[in-house]
Design a protein around this ligand. Structure first.
Ligand SMILES: Cc1cc2nc3c(=O)[nH]c(=O)nc-3n(C[C@H](O)[C@H](O)[C@H](O)COP(=O)(O)OP(=O)(O)OC[C@H]3O[C@@H](n4cnc5c(N)ncnc54)[C@H](O)[C@@H]3O)c2cc1C
Length: 380
């Protein structure tokens, strides 16, 4: 049987969070839902982190959480108490295994491995063409997108969060794993926004990611040299590389939602669920997944799922500035972390802030001239 109520095409962060949200909502009991992915999703292909107030849905499978963070630049060295927030780290392999295991015992879900070739509207329903056949459903949730071709066609600001990370292990205890390094801008900027991100998971283990927010990618060796230099600078000479990861995450206000149709909703990065000014996607995918369930429960049209928010405007301003003046990122983030209490910053980044919070963050940010220019560019 090739006809389903719903199809989730692409079972990564967004697809599996949506499936999990459906599994918890009585409205979907008795529905027939197909989960499609090209891979079995058994590998640890990325590490997700996010901020969250108090306890959360994935607490029992996270690797580590921190309540304290370091922010560093040439003009600011600050240890920040995250207050009510925790920064949580989840290995993707633990997430895939847990969610797949939960869903596998529910008869409403069917998992098929295959390459998705096309997703289309078809006579009052949606169809997914794969390497193994064609499937139809009253709605398809699609997280598969060709980002390179979208970027080429876009006339919106589009840069990337790009990085290479090394999980290293040392023989002797050298890390303080009670706090992590959110951003260390003391690395040479070379005309870009470059920083080191460090997640110590024990006194002898940590993930070091050499990260840029910029348009152009580096050669793989340049990121790795950045990590080597930083480790040397930190006095860490003897270590073993246990695992590596790399990522290129879109930072853009490109209107991905315009591809939504009455029966196809784009989700995850493909749906514009990546926070444009930070690259964070995991937490917001949970928020949006619960909203998708609400939409289906209430019979609202999928074409009205996207709603314009003032956060899109703030993101566009920051991206415009970083695209025009990639060298001012260190100054900008330093001003945000220096001049605001951390709970205001985290509320702002999680899109949970009030208008008063947002005005304060904006008015306190530098470089003011460049920001005002970007406000003008964005309003035009
Ligand atoms: C290394 C790395 C680290 C990251 N760290 C963070 C972080 O700390 N915090 C955060 O919020 N975000 C992070 N991100 C960004 C973002 O959260 C992830 O990219 C996230 O996985 C995006 O979710 P998604 O569902 O849109 O895409 P994905 O999780 O990539 O899911 C898409 C799925 O589609 C499948 N697929 C692709 N093409 C096809 C095809 N043709 N046919 C069938 N299946 C297909 C893939 O196998 C995949 O399972 C990170 C990204 C990377 C790469």
């Amino acid at each position: 049987m090739n006809r389903y109520d719903y199809i989730i095409a692409g079972c990564g962060a967004a697809g599996l969070q949506l499936a999990f949200a459906m599994s918890e909502d009585p409205h979907f009991r008795g529905k027939h839902i197909l989960l499609l992915d090209a891979e079995e999703k058994k590998l640890n292909d990325r590490t997700w982190c996010w901020w969250e107030k108090g306890s959360g849905k994935w607490d029992h499978i996270i690797t580590k959480s921190w309540n304290s963070a370091d922010f560093m630049s040439n003009t600011l060295e600050k240890t920040i108490d995250l207050g009510e927030y925790n920064y949580k780290m989840l290995r993707s392999s633990d997430f895939y295994a847990f969610v797949k295991n939960k869903l596998s015992v529910l008869p409403m879900f069917e998992w098929r491995t295959g390459k998705v070739l096309e997703v289309l509207e078809s006579d009052g329903c949606a169809a997914v063409v794969t390497s193994n056949g064609r499937y139809e459903a009253s709605a398809v949730f699609n997280s598969i997108v060709d980002l390179k071709s979208e970027a080429k066609q876009s006339n919106h600001p589009w840069i990337h969060q790009h990085f290479v990370g090394w999980f290293i292990r040392t023989e002797k205890p050298v890390f303080d794993d009670s706090r992590f390094t959110m951003m260390d801008f003391r690395v040479e900027q070379k005309g870009n926004t470059r920083f080191m991100y460090v997640l110590p998971t024990s006194p002898t283990e940590a993930l070091f990611e050499y990260t840029l927010f910029s348009a152009d990618l580096l050669s793989h060796e340049e990121y790795e040299q950045g990590i080597r230099d930083y480790l040397q600078y930190a006095g860490i000479k003897s270590y073993e590389i246990v695992e590596k990861e790399a990522g290129v995450i879109p930072m853009t206000t490109h209107p991905f939602h315009r591809k939504n149709t009455p029966h196809v909703l784009h989700i995850g990065s493909a749906g514009g669920w990546t926070k444009a000014s930070t690259g964070y996607t995991f937490y917001l995918s949970g928020v949006h997944s619960r909203r998708v369930c609400e939409f289906l429960r209430e019979g609202k049209p999928l074409t009205s799922f996207h709603s314009r928010s003032r956060f899109g405007f703030y993101d566009a301003v920051v991206l415009d500035m970083l695209q025009r003046r990639n060298d001012v990122g260190a100054e900008f983030f330093t001003s945000v972390y220096r001049r605001n209490p951390i709970d205001r910053v985290l509320r702002f980044l999680n899109e949970e802030s009030t208008l008063a919070d947002e005005i304060k963050v904006i008015l306190k940010a530098y470089p003011r001239r460049e920001l005002m220019k970007s406000v003008g560019n964005t309003l035009m």
